[in-house]
Every structure is written in structure tokens, then in C-alpha cells.
Write a protein that binds this ligand. Structure first.
Ligand SMILES: Nc1nc2c(c(=O)[nH]1)N[C@H]1C(S)=C(S)[C@@H](COP(=O)(O)O)O[C@H]1N2
Ligand SMILES: [Mo]
Length: 351
């Protein structure tokens, strides 16, 4: 397997950091530890001049300041957000893009105005079918100059926990997380949650933008039209136990009782079961689940492991959700390198 990444990929990785896996310990990810994915540059936002425009197939177009949004009834939603490319760097053959291993995730509490309330205020026309969200950031992908844009079908856009969020963990959004406003669509992969939101346009036909037609599709080969990437597939991650080697990050754990802990999530329904393997996925045993704290947030789990020496182990975990999905043994390769939710593998030496 050729796992080498290029300078271009390193440049992306250095800009877009992940969640240090030990930070899975915090039930709510502190903002500075939440992963980050920025396709282009953080835009230069003039907060005083900023407005949100709502237009297209509506009877009552709106122009709203941040103060006007803050005056409206607010809602808090705790949600796990994961980049669709999480796991990409573990795929073979190699897929060139942001080279995530497993760390492109965070769990935050977002505060904002339900999108539904704003769309109701704008009064959707009868022919409305999709809503497009436009960020202030601009860039070029595969030769196509664009603003970052994603759309939602109406039934998703009108779901009650979809927010126009202006706070993360009780503080105004940080520049890197979309200040002053971002979309939050709980359960969907990261790309859905448009940052630096400036425009909402209601369409009478399906949106044909780059981030829907060229990117974020599950494609078996370059000519394959593929299917859209939507909700998060189930995944469980553990806090790597013991202490790391500086270079390889391989773990060393003292012999004796060792409590493994982690978090699991799925965009298709609550996590109903997490299993742990200490032999690289040959045999599995159930972890103990913590209560569900939020419909859209990750679920904690723990597992008591009797670590015996002298031996090498490969620790793994996998999640099941209420919809019956479970993490596959092997990665499902696709052209974009999306949703590789094969189980995490943590090599450990017991001493
Ligand atoms: N405007 C805009 N929104 C965006 C992006 C972007 O590049 N521009 N990146 C998307 C992707 S791919 C992900 S995974 C999430 C990451 O959100 P975070 O950086 O707050 O974790 O934002 C999404 N929203
Ligand atoms: Mo992403």
C-alpha cells in the first residue's frame, strides 16, 4: 500500500486540524479542539455590514442582520459533526484530498434560529423544492471558480432541529467555524453545514452546484454518476489508552485492569450497541453504553479490559445504530474517499 501523502495534502492537513483523539473524553468538544475543514480561505467578514439574504421562490424575501436573528426565538442543538472524508487516508488505493485518518469529528452545542421559522417567515411558494445555502468564501476546485454552496431538499430543510447557528458552546462562532452564521443540519456529514452563511435561495428545481454534482458523491470510478453523500454512517472511536510513542504514536499500556472509553454516533438513528475487540477484529464483546444525552450527539461507552503481558494487541471498536447499520469489516472504497467507517485499529503493547 502506497500511503505517502504529497506536499499539497500536507498543506491541507496543516490548515485543517482534527480532534486529538484523547479529546473524545470531553462530552462537549471545546471549540478549539473541534476538527476544522475549510475548502478555501476563512473569508474576511465585516460583522457590522453582514446581512443574511433570503430570496428565490418566496413571497416575502428577507434581509436580516445578526441582531435581527438574535431577537428571534432560539434553540440549542447538541450534535456530532464529522467530515465525510474522515478515514480517507486509510484507504487503498490512495485518494488525493484532505488526508484524514480518524480525527475529523467533534460534538458541540449550537445555538440559533430554526431554519423552518425563517422559511415560514419568507413564505415558500408552491413550486419550491430545494433551498441553497451560500457561504462568503470563494475558491477554485478542478478549474471551477465558485462560492461554497450546498442545498437541501425541502423536507430536510424544514426538519425541526436544522438551525441557522450563531453560537457554538455558548459563545459567538469563531472565525474558523463560520462567524457570524452557519447552517447546522444534525445527522448529516460536515459539508452540509455551510459556514459564513450569507444567502439562502429557494429553488423550483434541484440545485446543480459543484458540491453536489462533482463532489460529495459515492462513485465507484471516474465516469460513475454515483449517489449523493448525505447522513453520517455509524462510527465508534476510542480514546487511545496508555501513553504514545512520540514518532509512531503506538501505545504502551501497563499490565492490569484498563478501562477503554470512547464515543459512537450515526446520522441514521441513535447508537444501540458498541462492540470492542482486543484481537484486531477476530472476536468482539459488548461495551457498556452511557445514556443517550442528545438525539444528535455522540453516545459514550466503556469497556473493562484485563491487559495481560507480555503481548501485542490491536484494539478495535464498532458501532451499530437503531436503523440496523453497523460498521463494515473492510473499507468501502470510492473515488472521493468518503465515509470510510471501517473500525478503528489501535496497536498496543502491554508492559
Ligand atoms: N462556507 C463553507 N462551509 C463549509 C465548508 C467550507 O469550506 N466553506 N466546509 C464544509 C466541510 S467539508 C465540513 S467537514 C464542515 C466543517 O466544519 P467545522 O470546520 O466547523 O468543523 O464545514 C462545512 N462547511
Ligand atoms: Mo468535510
Amino acid at each position: 500500500m502506497d500511503a505517502a501523502i504529497s506536499q499539497d495534502e500536507l498543506q491541507l492537513a496543516a490548515r485543517n486540524h482534527g480532534l486529538p483523539l484523547e479529546a473524545l473524553r470531553y462530552p462537549i468538544t471545546p471549540a478549539g479542539l473541534h476538527y476544522l475543514l475549510i475548502h478555501y480561505d476563512i473569508p474576511d467578514v465585516d460583522a457590522d455590514a453582514w446581512m443574511l439574504n433570503v430570496d428565490g421562490r418566496v413571497a416575502n424575501p428577507l434581509t436580516l442582520t445578526l441582531a435581527a436573528l438574535r431577537e428571534r426565538p432560539a434553540r440549542d442543538v447538541t450534535a456530532t459533526m464529522e467530515c465525510a472524508g474522515n478515514g480517507r487516508a486509510l484507504l487503498a488505493p490512495h485518494v488525493v484530498s484532505q488526508p484524514w485518518l480518524l480525527e475529523a469529528v467533534g460534538n458541540a452545542t449550537w445555538t440559533g434560529v430554526p431554519l423552518r421559522a425563517i422559511l415560514e417567515e419568507a413564505e415558500l411558494l408552491d413550486d419550491a423544492v430545494e433551498v441553497v445555502f451560500t457561504g462568503l468564501d470563494r475558491g477554485i476546485e478542478k478549474g471551477v471558480e465558485q462560492s461554497y454552496q450546498r442545498s437541501l431538499e425541502l423536507d430536510v430543510a424544514l426538519a425541526e432541529d436544522v438551525l441557522l447557528a450563531y453560537e457554538m458552546n455558548g459563545a459567538p462562532l469563531l472565525p474558523q467555524h463560520g462567524f457570524p452564521l452557519r447552517l447546522l443540519v444534525p445527522g448529516w456529514y460536515g459539508m452540509t453545514n455551510v459556514k459564513w452563511l450569507a444567502g439562502i435561495t429557494v429553488l423550483a428545481e434541484p440545485f446543480q452546484g459543484y458540491q453536489h454534482t462533482a463532489a460529495y458523491r459515492y462513485r465507484d470510478h471516474e465516469e460513475d454518476e454515483g449517489t449523493p453523500v448525505t447522513r453520517m454512517q455509524p462510527r465508534s472511536l476510542m480514546v487511545p489508552p496508555g501513553i504514545p510513542d512520540f514518532n509512531t504514536r503506538e501505545r504502551t499500556v501497563p499490565a492490569g485492569a484498563c478501562v477503554l472509553e470512547g464515543r459512537a454516533w450515526s446520522g441514521w438513528g441513535p447508537v444501540t450497541r458498541v462492540e470492542v475487540s482486543t484481537d484486531g477484529g477476530e472476536t468482539w464483546a459488548d461495551a457498556e453504553l452511557e445514556p443517550i444525552e442528545s438525539r444528535w450527539g455522540w453516545r459514550g461507552w466503556r469497556f473493562e479490559w484485563a491487559a495481560e503481558e507480555p503481548e501485542e494487541y490491536v484494539l478495535c471498536c464498532r458501532a451499530h445504530d437503531e436503523a440496523g447499520n453497523v460498521q463494515p469489516d473492510e473499507a468501502n472504497w470510492n473515488v472521493g474517499g468518503y465515509s470510510n467507517n471501517a473500525p478503528q485499529r489501535v496497536p498496543v503493547t502491554v508492559k
